[in-house]
Design a protein around this ligand. Structure first.
Ligand code: 5GP
Length: 114
């Protein structure tokens, strides 16, 4: 599977994105087609195709993604109302970009996932 996704270009600074957080391991950007008032993608800079491809070596990275997501949720004022964190994996889940990313979605009443 090619590592050459739009997220790889955004990570390298070759494509524009509305960044909300960045550190040496992770980038968080606003989703270009938000499903709710807040829709942010937390993306590891390391290429991992999807959550099924993560290994023991990625434990810290996955933990960091979750903690950054909860920090951003707090900063976005979502703590009281609640929010959803989701990984899409594979075709049935509708994975569009094959570079691991965690969706942070909130700011309105969310529909029940299928
Ligand atoms: P997936 O279905 O792969 O889990 O979700 C990929 C997400 O990336 C979608 O919500 C889509 O709107 C978002 N996306 C796709 N291309 C771009 C882009 O160029 N910039 C940003 N910020 N988001 C994108």
């Amino acid at each position: 599977m090619s590592e050459e996704t739009i997220f790889a270009k955004i990570i390298r600074g070759e494509a524009r994105a509305d960044k909300v957080y960045e550190d040496e391991k992770l980038l968080a950007i606003k989703d270009i087609q938000p499903l709710a008032p807040v829709h942010i993608l937390i993306i590891p800079k390391k290429f991992i195709r999807d959550i099924s491809q993560a290994t023991d070596e990625d434990q810290d990275l996955l933990g960091a993604m979750l903690l950054v997501a909860t920090d951003i949720a707090r900063q976005q004022g979502l703590e009281e109302g609640g929010y959803r964190l989701a990984f899409n994996c594979g075709e049935d889940a509708g994975l569009m970009v094959p570079h691991l990313h965690l969706h942070l979605i909130g700011g309105s009443k969310l529909g029940t996932p299928a």
